[in-house]
Design a protein. Sequence first.
Length: 256
Amino acid sequence: MTTNLSYGDSQLDEEWGTTFAEIQKESDIDNIFVCHVKISDLEKIASKLSNKVMDNSWIMELDPGARHTYQQTVAETAGILVNKIKDQLSMEDKVSSEFGEIMVSMGASRALEVIFDHISVPLAELWKPKASGNEGFDFHTVCPNKLINFGEAKFSSSSSPYGGNTGESRGAGGQADGFISQDKHHRDRPLLTDLGTEEGAISNLKNQLFGVVLAFSMTRSNPLDTFRKAIRKAANYQHLEKAKNIYLVGVTHASE
């Protein structure tokens, strides 16, 4: 398997304190796409994430039935998430595991918007029934080809959790592979329909057409080598083969 990687176009987002960069790939695997989120200002991104979590304008765009369904859940979970983000602001440069997963999820979703023109769906932890510890995918996007992409995010302060297959050490790839094997992407379909996801994307999901996003924190040393290993790992998961496309999003931060 030949995989040559290099940095392509990048975009600085001052409001997020972040640079989003596409990773160009010369490989015999043509359905894996890669980008790098480089966070230079943790305070800026924490503030932006807090604002995004508290922005409930998307609820008002839902039909009345769906709005009543999600209003209370979103009110409860948004407060919990904002408190996690506020806790991070008091930790200076160290990144907590709870904030880290929010940062990876929302940073990856934003990167797919900027680099690949996806539409971001509100963070899953906001609208799923449990306030924390949700089983299933962490975030979702819709790409221009009207495919729903199911995102799994993993954060570690000491490693790059893109792979791993078992137990607590399971990385983004192993976790997503397990979720696909359990049809958890189809379990999200009624909720995504309620959230106003366009009919074409829902129809494609019914026809087994969807994508997967593997988002993970990574160390700042040798990022291209990390992406190369992640590509090879992602290509070998049994159940991820069902996905039309796989997006790999690595996230580094200034305090690493």
